[in-house]
Design a binder for this molecule. Structure first.
Ligand code: HEC
Length: 127
């Protein structure tokens, strides 16, 4: 009798655990948040480039502190170094013998680099 109850209890617990673990769902946009957010189809200065500069560059490259003579927080200044194969391109892509940017930090994400490179290749428009 006791044995039978134990078996019933075990079966019941098993059923409960299957029910609970089986009850979840995945959303692709939540699992792969970064890739879902990385939209490089439409790249503009205001939408794509400014946020990257704000997050990674402007602290060292502004009017008050123009490290290396480079200013990244205005379009007029950033566009001066944004020629194809120029210092902005080489700096962030770690090409040639310029200091790799952002200085002493890890390389920008592939997503950010794609945006910057596309923007430069398009002629660094003020859009
Ligand atoms: C912690 C400060 C710091 C940050 C953050 C930083 N830089 Fe620099 N950057 C410098 C300094 C200092 C120089 C001058 C060269 C040197 O001393 O290495 C420089 C030089 C440059 C140059 C001139 C060419 C070269 O590579 O030397 C460019 C272009 C540049 N930075 C772009 C950027 C961009 C774009 C970002 C953001 C992705 C960035 N920097 C982030 C400090 C910084």
């Amino acid at each position: 009798m006791l044995m039978k109850n134990l078996v019933r209890l075990a079966a019941f617990l098993l059923l409960i655990s299957f029910t609970l673990t089986g009850c979840y769902y995945d959303k692709e946009s939540e699992l792969y948040r970064s890739s879902a957010v990385c939209d490089t189809n439409i790249v503009t200065y205001s939408h794509s480039i400014v946020p990257i500069m704000v997050a990674n560059c402007n602290s060292c490259h502004n009017t008050a502190l123009a490290s290396g003579g480079v200013i990244t927080d205005t379009y007029a200044d950033l566009s001066l170094v944004a020629a194809p194969g120029g210092t902005l391109y080489n700096g962030v892509n770690w090409v040639g013998d310029l200091s790799p940017m952002p200085k002493n930090l890890s390389k920008l994400s592939a997503c950010d680099l794609t945006k910057i490179n596309k923007w430069i290749a398009a002629g660094a428009p003020n859009n």
